[in-house]
Design a protein around this ligand. Structure first.
Ligand SMILES: Cc1cc2nc3c(=O)[nH]c(=O)nc-3n(C[C@H](O)[C@H](O)[C@H](O)COP(=O)(O)OP(=O)(O)OC[C@H]3O[C@@H](n4cnc5c(N)ncnc54)[C@H](O)[C@@H]3O)c2cc1C
Ligand code: SF4
Length: 492
């Protein structure tokens, strides 16, 4: 009797076919929207094209390796599983537990009349929930987790101690180089699966700049390692008006679809000769943050969707979603820093970490937009958004919705920080010097309203600076900005 394995959209890597078990692989394709615990999601066109192309290219690869394959388009996983298993008279179907927990739980609840769904443990991450639970009663601070991973995986370690005597080179990752010249120059390979996907969505003019095959993903990784890994750490937090990528790797989408896998990335980055601040900085993201976020999401799955610690209620304006693939409004908030990043995300479905956290995440929290509304934007706009990573990053890290379980204080920034780390302020209608920067007004208003959060010993300077501020004036400036924004949004 042939053995059938159901492959989920983010398991399209031969590595995840169960060894010695599977003869036939099949994929259920649900199209352009997926369910989430909060609402149905409507992904951007590039995400849809990529998901389709990745699955098609993967099935073609499986066939060349001798597997029989099936592609089934459906509106209902459960109904298609019943129909498919009856058609092929299957007594059991194997699948690897999805990395997205909401989906995993939904599938676990399916009842198929004559077929068992045999859900095997997820093998995609570097640490399993079991190992995590054996080590930690609950998620510790990320640094503790990261050191545990470094030690147990023996990465950048020497005789049980961190190589060169330091665990963390975070301080060396906060530079801005005014002479920086954009140098990202990588083009995705042409792919027949990509052409088929574009035709399917009637979107032949949409450029997809990221890989949709494993071979393409490996090329992207090699390009990053050769040309950008060296300076990754140095300019990790820097932001440039005319450079969306700086020296970031752009691998998140390929990695989250698992065209690449974390073990091979760590192996490669540790074997090249680059500054330790870049090497350690990059390893911290893959071995630390990425794995930590997955475990954090699993641990807090039952509470994370219902928390809104700061009580923010307003919905994000619809204009944030306004891009139709061809034209878009480059002036949504009137703040050059935020509008530059929104426009970049609308055009490329990408922005780097500091822009997500300290520009977009910062602005929407200071404005008081509802964390779920913010989550919907991130989820739908970015090609690397998958439940286990986008949810904790947006709700817990960026919007403080969990009340401080992940971040001890809300991550916020004022105009001076943005001016120091970017060149956005030069092109802005507001001025830090003339004290007209709305980001700064929003910042002090936020700190004033949440003084209790900043009373800790690590941030007393924020409160002592607050005392020097004319808070009445700040409130007026903030109110004026909100009024101006309302009128502006009414016109677009
Ligand atoms: C509000 C917000 C939303 C985010 N949403 C996502 C998301 O939907 N999907 C996603 O993969 N990442 C998300 N991140 C994390 C991070 O911003 C992206 O992983 C990174 O910007 C992807 O670009 P890159 O591949 O060029 O990353 P690089 O800067 O080159 O970093 C290398 C890799 O490290 C990993 N990494 C770095 N930081 C994190 C992190 N905080 N959490 C998990 N992995 C991390 C990613 O796999 C990334 O590809 C989010 C961060 C914030 C603050
Ligand atoms: S001046 Fe203020 S609003 Fe304008 S880009 Fe700088 S930080 Fe942003």
């Amino acid at each position: 009797m042939k053995k059938y394995q159901w492959i989920i959209y983010d398991q399209c890597n031969i590595r995840y076919i169960e060894p010695g078990v599977t003869d036939v692989v099949f994929l259920l394709y649900t199209g352009a929207s997926v369910a989430s615990p909060i609402w149905p999601l409507k992904f951007n066109i590039r995400s849809n094209i990529m998901e389709y192309a990745i699955a098609k290219a993967y099935l073609a690869e499986c066939e060349t390796l001798g597997y029989t394959t099936h592609w089934i388009e459906t509106n209902s996983y459960q109904k298609s599983l019943i129909d498919f298993s009856e058609l092929h008279q299957l007594s059991s179907i194997v699948l690897m537990r999805p990395s997205e927990e909401y989906l995993a739980r939904k599938i676990a609840s399916y009842i198929l009349p004559h077929t068992t769904l045999d859900m095997l443990p997820n093998r995609q991450f570097l640490i399993t929930p079991t190992e995590f639970a054996e080590q930690f009663e609950k998620p510790p601070v990320m640094e503790t987790f990261y050191r545990y991973m470094r030690k147990t995986r023996n990465i950048l370690m020497e005789e049980g101690k961190p190589l060169w005597g330091k665990w963390n080179y975070d301080q060396e990752n906060r530079n801005f180089d005014s002479q920086h010249v954009p140098s990202w120059d990588w083009k995705s390979e042409s792919s027949s699966a990509l052409d088929v996907a574009k035709k399917y969505f009637w979107a032949e003019d949409i450029e997809v700049h990221l890989p949709v095959t494993r071979a393409g993903a490996l090329q992207l990784l090699e390009y990053f390692l050769e040309y950008h890994a060296h300076d990754f750490g140095y300019l990790e937090d820097a932001m440039y008006q005319k450079d969306r990528y700086v020296h970031h790797s752009l691998i998140s989408t390929a990695l989250n679809f698992w065209l690449l896998y974390p073990e091979e990335i760590l192996e490669k980055i540790t074997s090249i000769n680059i500054p330790l601040a870049s090497q350690e900085g990059f390893i911290r993201q893959i071995l630390g943050w990425r794995e930590y976020m997955r475990q954090y999401h699993l641990y807090y799955f039952d509470t994370i969707y219902s928390e809104n610690a700061l009580g923010h209620m307003e919905s994000l304006p619809e204009a944030w979603w306004s891009y139709d693939g061809k034209t878009h409004n480059k002036n949504i908030t009137t703040l050059n820093c935020v509008d530059t990043v929104i426009a970049g995300v609308q055009e490329l479905n990408y922005s780097h970490h500091i822009e997500r956290l300290m520009i977009i995440g910062n602005y929407v929290m200071l404005m008081g937009y509802h964390p779920h509304s913010v989550l919907r934007w991130f989820y739908e706009m970015y090609t690397d958004a998958f439940e286990w990573v986008v949810v904790p990053n947006v709700l817990s890290m960026s919007q403080y919705a969990d009340g401080g379980k992940l971040a001890t204080k809300p991550y916020i920034s004022w105009g001076n920080y943005i001016d120091k780390m970017s060149d956005y302020c030069k092109g802005c209608q507001y001025s830090i010097k003339e004290k007209t920067c709305p980001m700064t007004h929003l910042y002090w208003d936020f700190v004033d309203r949440h003084q209790d959060l900043y009373a800790g010993w690590r941030t007393p300077y924020i409160l002592s600076n607050l005392k020097k501020i004319d808070i009445e004036k700040i409130r007026i400036m903030k109110a004026q900005y909100r009024e101006r924004l309302k009128t502006h949004l009414g016109k677009i």
